[in-house]
Write a protein that binds this ligand. Structure first.
Ligand code: EPZ
Length: 422
């Protein structure tokens, strides 16, 4: 079993390049199924979740190749309509293939996406929306069997919660439906905009009349195109947290400042100075300079975009563990996002969790310990804490980290961390 070993206490200084966003690459790869042709997805991160999505596309009958940061998908041939259990189990977000497979095949079969470390992962909002588009859903022996007997048709849909995944499934199912769909209370995350940009470049007709409302006019077919995945705002937030936790000074290249900005207020509250400079390619270079000792981050309440992103809470909570005072985190998106807190406690962190609220009492220093990743972003929190801790920390269960962070160890070593993976 591989482990990461960190000798903490080094101030991080230097430059990091931010990769393409995992949570955009996954729905984009699912969307390539809609195209009777070839799509080139550039800036596609090297992550295990991306490899799992490529395996699903291949299983369905697509030709999928990768050349460095570009994944090419040829979905010309007729495709299958079922995702086998082992592939569904590997990646919970495979549910985003549902809408695309139904749109392409008129039916889809897959097992219920397993729950994950964040608590149950219901898909009621996905299924309710797909039913509005003409899908009948049968649940048999843990499998979901969907059929659009009379094809997919436009509908007026209002989501009970601005679910990212449900919004993506509606977009994929509606863009070649008969007629127009109006989706209200849609998710507004930047990854949704990235997906719409790709679909419109393929010939779809999606536009947003007002925040949280998406209008999708069905078109008869989509053609292939090339698309560049947006920068990963959560990866960027993770490096900002690492700089904050170590009193460091980092420059992050190939970011989108606006997408990442919901985490700036908490970091600025703690004494970090963050600057964004245009880098000419429509992106920005972010720089962060942290104080020697953080002040508390205040109260961090996670919300749907443009609020504070739930995925960035764990890394920032890790930085809050060494702040000079008490910070409060309120998780309003997922049921159980604090599994990693017990691991931080092994490093001397003083955190009280009560349901969705975590009260973090900063300590002068954390102590290195042997810890295990419980989930993707909880694993990132352990790395951030290890970078700040006195002494040596060993982190195991790295499969969680590999789902969402490419070459994390190398990037951190390049900015001064004493870190190695073996
Ligand atoms: C996406 O998950 C992201 N994953 C998550 O990132 C992210 O935390 C989440 O959006 C919120 O921003 C991907 O994009 C692959 P949701 P998703 O549907 O689509 C409940 C990471 O670390 N819900 O917006 O699953 C659900 O249980 C991951 O990169 C229902 O109740 O999120 C949750 O409490 C973690 N019924 C809340 O809504 C449904 O039908 C938000 O879920 C769907 C969701």
């Amino acid at each position: 079993m591989q482990t990461i070993t960190v000798r903490g206490g080094q101030r991080l200084c230097g430059e990091v390049i931010i990769h393409g966003a995992k949570n955009s690459a996954l729905p984009l790869l699912a969307a390539t199924l809609l195209v009777h042709g070839i799509s080139e997805i550039h800036n596609c991160p090297h992550l295990s979740d991306v490899r799992a999505s490529m395996a699903i596309l291949r299983h369905l009958g697509c030709r999928v190749t990768r050349q460095e940061d570009t994944v090419t998908v040829d979905a010309t041939a007729p495709i299958g309509s079922d995702i086998p259990d082992e592939l569904m189990r590997e990646m919970r977000s495979s549910i985003v293939f549902l809408g695309a497979i139904i749109a392409r095949c008129g039916e889809a079969t897959m097992s219920y996406p397993g729950g994950c470390e964040l608590g149950p992962r219901p898909i009621d909002l996905h299924l309710a929306a797909l039913r509005r588009l003409g899908v009948t859903v049968e649940e048999r022996h843990g499998h979901i069997c969907c059929r659009a007997e009379n094809g997919l048709h436009g509908a007026e849909i209002t989501l009970a919660f601005p679910s990212v995944g449900a919004t993506e499934n509606v977009l994929l199912a509606a863009c070649m439906a008969q007629g127009t769909t109006v989706l209200r209370h849609a998710a507004r995350e930047p990854e949704i905009q990235d997906l719409c940009a790709y679909l419109n470049a393929c010939g779809a007709r999606i536009h947003s009349t007002e925040a949280g409302v998406l209008t999708i006019e069905g078109v008869p077919h989509l053609h292939g195109c090339a698309h560049r995945v947006m920068p990963d705002r959560i990866e960027a937030a993770t490096y900002l947290a690492a700089a904050a936790a170590t009193g460091g000074e980092l420059t992050l290249r190939r970011c989108c400042a606006e997408d990442t900005s919901p985490v700036f207020p908490a970091l600025e509250e703690s004494g970090c100075v963050i600057r964004a400079v245009a880098s000419g390619d429509g992106l920005q270079t972010l720089s962060v300079k942290a104080p020697a000792r953080l002040r508390p981050l205040g109260t961090v309440r996670t919300m749907p975009y443009p609020g504070f992103p739930t995925d960035a809470a764990a890394p920032l909570l890790a930085a809050a563990c060494v702040a000079d005072g008490t910070s409060v985190f309120v998780e309003s998106i997922f049921e159980n996002r604090y599994k990693y807190v017990d691991e931080l406690a092994r490093m001397g962190a003083r955190i009280r969790v009560d349901g969705r609220v975590a009260v973090v009492e900063g300590v002068p220093a954390l102590q290195g310990a042997s810890v295990a990743c419980t989930d993707l972003r909880g694993g990132a929190a352990l790395i951030v804490a290890a970078l700040a801790a006195a002494g040596q920390t060993t982190v195991c269960e790295l499969k969680h980290l590999d789902r969402g962070y490419a070459d994390l160890t190398d990037s951190l070593r390049a900015v001064g961390a004493d870190i190695r993976r073996e």
